[in-house]
Design a protein around this ligand. Structure first.
Ligand SMILES: Cc1ncc(COP(=O)(O)O)c(C=O)c1O
Length: 396
């Protein structure tokens, strides 16, 4: 009999016991010393996580709230921006920008492909009125990692703002904000940070703060200047999401005691394990080359009903994965391996996928997927993150 469910979705993700316990204590008041002390520690931890010299502001909202705050605080209605749109969350950047009255130039790529930095550069050269670029580091709907470091070189050279949604990347793969030259970086609590949903984080560069000072207020709730002033006193502008803040601090105690490099290495190894497993199962990775380190998207063979497959995995194996969004509904499965997920969880996930495929349409998988995927995990853990291990006979 199964004793627990395994949440292998790309957010929310499982929450470690120390984080849950940190949120379960008696309530404390958000303007009193105990809270301010926790917030003071958290401020330093967040700057380390983001690789940011300037403050990282906690906002009580989901990730989309921080996306909204970035758009409304950094750009005035009528300004032109470029949106990299290669999935559901790129589309969300466009929709939020349009809701602020920005003129949006879209750069699309097929879902499953990464945006080309050369294409960004070409548009920026052709359209000198563009004031900023919006992109995801990890496009969660497809499992693609966009080349943000290269795009940052283009925006820095032209003195434009680069706004990055790192919601499914921060804490999972490297994204050093200052070193790469990102002007605004966002994440949410419910993915690599192993907390419940409901808390978002946003940081601005000096250039972005200077730009924000010139933009008329667009939104009463999201006022980053006021949030920054409050944070200097270890508080938030409105009532703080106290429990989430305490949980996040516990989660960052855990992440930073392991070290970011070790965390990224584990994420990379899990990615190699997932990609090897599906390859041996005879399935195709939906993101062929530039892929996210926190999830693996898998194209389903013709004739497999993705919705039924997910139902089967949950009912018979206690494994919960995500399906496709938008145009990918029913066509892909997304295996989340973010945060507090280990190789044993992923092995259970690969097994559930193999068995559910067999039950759903008689698809018979080669049996050595577990052995090979674990070999890939071990090899990736021993090698440099970001470099695919060389396993004879196993193409990742
Ligand atoms: C890349 C990305 N952007 C934005 C969002 C939206 O975040 P939320 O659902 O927390 O508002 C998500 C959530 O899955 C995401 O993965």
């Amino acid at each position: 009999m199964l004793q627990r469910q395994r949440l292998l979705t790309p957010g929310p993700t499982p929450i470690p016991a120390d984080v849950r316990l940190a949120m379960a204590g008696d309530m404390i008041h958000h303007r009193k010393p105990a809270f301010k002390e926790a917030m003071h520690t958290l401020r330093g931890q967040l700057q380390t996580l983001f690789g940011a010299g300037l403050p990282v502001l906690p906002l009580s909202c989901s990730g989309t709230g921080a996306m909204t705050a970035a758009v409304f605080c950094l750009f005035a209605p009528g300004e032109t921006v470029l949106v990299a749109e290669a999935g559901a969350f790129g589309k969300r950047w466009r929709e939020i920008a349009e809701s602020r009255g920005l003129k949006v130039v879209s750069l699309s790529a097929d879902w499953g492909q990464a945006i080309e930095p050369g294409a960004v550069e070409k548009i920026l050269d052709e359209q000198p009125d563009i004031r900023g670029v919006f992109v995801q580091l990890s496009e969660t709907s497809t499992g693609v990692l966009h080349p943000v470091e290269e795009i940052a070189r283009c925006t820095r050279q032209r003195n434009l703002l680069l706004v990055v949604d790192g919601i499914s990347a921060v804490g999972l793969s490297p994204c050093p904000m200052d070193a790469w030259g990102i002007d605004c970086l966002i994440t949410g609590s419910q993915k690599g940070l192993m907390c419940p949903p409901g808390l978002a984080l946003i940081a601005l560069s000096q250039r972005a703060w200077e730009k924000a000072a010139t933009v008329p207020d667009g939104c009463y709730y999201f006022n980053l200047v006021k949030e920054r002033e409050n944070l200097e006193n270890n508080q938030t502008h409105f009532t703080s999401p106290v429990s989430l803040i305490l949980g996040l601090k516990a989660s960052l105690d855990r992440i930073l005691s392991q070290g970011l490099d070790a965390v990224y290495r584990k994420q990379w190894a899990l990615t190699m394990m997932a990609r090897t497993g599906i390859q041996i199962l005879g399935l195709q990775a939906f993101a062929p080359t530039r892929y996210t380190w926190g999830l693996t998207s898998v194209s389903l063979p013709a004739g497999v009903d993705g919705v039924e497959l997910l139902r089967h995995m949950e009912r018979d194996y206690g494994v919960i994965m995500a399906g496709g969004q938008g145009q990918l509904k029913g066509r892909i499965v997304r295996i989340g391996h973010m945060g507090w997920v280990d190789w044993a969880d992923l092995a259970a996930g690969l097994h559930a996928l193999a068995e559910a495929l067999r039950a759903c349409n008689g698809y018979t998988a080669s049996r050595d997927y577990l052995e090979n995927s674990l070999a890939a995990y071990r090899a990736a853990l021993a090698g440099p993150p970001g470099v695919e291990p060389d396993l004879p006979g196993v193409g990742i």
